[in-house]
Design a protein around this ligand. Structure first.
Ligand code: PEP
Ligand code: MN
Length: 279
């Protein structure tokens, strides 16, 4: 048996693969196995007004979950890094008002209790995909985890990170392709649609795509999202801001709240061609 173990790197995930496709179900919203998730909201919680405006707009347009960062990993130490605990309270209010479950990032294991208290889905960001103590923390949570692929991580490394979470007992994992670093600079990152197809083949975990961070530019978000739905993703996570030009983070790539309805309708139409329904 020991020999077999060495040849089976995905001991828990392989077991999941043999069962039926994983469906993540939170507060009546489903993602996976024919249920397409439309996760939308601001990059970052900047204020109560900005977050509530975005949440109302995406809820009215049919989003299934609300995204928004309270703790932001920023490249520059001088950039706005989120409102932290205050942002969690704003997300709670936005969720209570709209009924949308909340997806938000856990950046630091020291905030695990506060984040899990309001997050319906706990996000592990691309920069932390191989932060093993953090993976262990979320693996012990009673919350689904949205695990983003590191910008320089292979599909195999992403699956190993997911295995780290699953090994701790939490098998409710959503994998997320958000673009990888290549020589190409026409987009902020290179959206790896091949990885989405490969992940769908290799695991029964749901796979979502983040076209916003991959594109880096608003006008490219819709075409990438269309492609994500067409390649077989189980959902998308997209940034929407009431006034993107005033955003404190990722302004150029955030959709304006007013354009989200048409965006959502188009993605829903493509998902339905593949036999999927929103939520
Ligand atoms: C985010 O989704 O808020 C984010 C920071 O994205 P990533 O971890 O993919 O860079
Ligand atoms: Mn962002």
């Amino acid at each position: 048996m020991a020999g077999t173990d060495v040849l089976t790197p995905f001991r828990v995930l392989n077991g999941i693969h043999e069962a039926s496709p994983t469906v993540i179900s939170v507060r009546g919203r489903r993602l996976g196995n024919g249920h397409f998730g439309l996760i939308a909201g601001p990059c970052t919680v900047e204020s109560r007004d900005q977050t509530l405006s975005s949440a109302r707009a995406v809820a009215e347009a049919g989003a299934t979950m609300l995204r928004g960062g309270a703790f932001k990993p920023r490249t520059s130490p001088y950039a706005f890094s989120g409102l932290g605990l205050e942002a969690l309270e704003i997300l709670r209010e936005a969720s209570d008002e709209t009924g949308l479950p909340v997806v938000t990032e856990l950046l630091d294991p020291r905030h695990v209790e506060e984040v899990a208290a309001i997050a319906d889905v706990v996000q592990v960001g691309a920069r932390n995909m191989q932060n093993y103590p953090l993976l262990v923390e979320v693996g012990r949570l009673d919350r689904p985890v949205l695990l983003k692929r590191g910008s320089s991580a292979s599909v195999d490394e992403l699956l190993n990170a997911a295995e780290c979470v699953a090994k701790e007992g939490n098998e409710r994992i959503i994998l997320c392709e958000r673009g990888i670093r290549t020589f190409e600079r026409a987009t902020r990152y290179t959206l790896d649609l091949g990885a989405v197809a490969a992940l769908k083949q290799r695991t029964h975990l749901p796979v979502v795509v983040d076209p916003s961070h991959a594109a880096g530019e608003r006008s490219l978000v819709l075409p990438l999202a269309r492609a994500a739905a067409a390649v077989g993703a189980d959902g998308i996570i997209v940034e929407v801001h009431p006034r993107p030009d005033e955003a404190l983070c990722d302004g150029p790539q955030q959709l304006a709240a007013g354009e989200f309805r048409a965006f959502a309708a188009e993605i829903a139409a493509i998902a339905s061609l593949l036999g999927k329904q929103i939520g």
